[in-house]
Write a protein that binds this ligand. Structure first.
Ligand code: ZN
Length: 125
């Protein structure tokens, strides 16, 4: 009953969950993109510390890594949806206007640039 992995937030590649053990009984898990090798941090769960079985520790570490991976994908898409809804693509199109010089408009402009770069990267693969 493990949660399904979303595609890589950077290149759209397939993601893979990796789980292993340290010699002292701590399960370690992370998620990595099979194309560009972007990964989450490694999540450690020691079964003795939590007083759970080794299997439960493995599941916990794995689920924490998967949740972090999926959150990264979801949060970017949500951010772009909010941007599209409240700041249409052409709202700050004139770089010379006073409005384009405030921090808010610069942030929106940068986010759009990043989104275009991400889309280009995905198409290029
Ligand atoms: Zn990737």
């Amino acid at each position: 009953m493990s949660e399904k992995l979303k595609p890589c937030p950077h290149c759209g590649g397939e993601a893979r969950s990796v789980t292993g053990w340290t010699p002292k009984g701590t399960c370690k898990s992370f998620v990595i993109c099979t194309k560009c090798e972007t990964s989450t941090k490694t999540y450690f769960v020691n079964y003795q510390y939590y007083e759970i079985s080794k299997e439960e520790a493995a599941n916990k570490a794995k689920q924490e890594a998967i949740a972090a991976w999926n959150e990264r994908y979801t949060s970017w898409n949500l951010l772009m949806e909010i941007l599209d809804k409240h700041y249409p693509a052409d709202v700050f199109s004139d770089p010379e206007s006073q409005l384009s010089k405030d921090a808010g408009s610069q942030i929106v402009t940068k986010l759009r640039e990043i989104n275009e770069l991400r889309a280009k990267t995905k198409r290029g693969r």
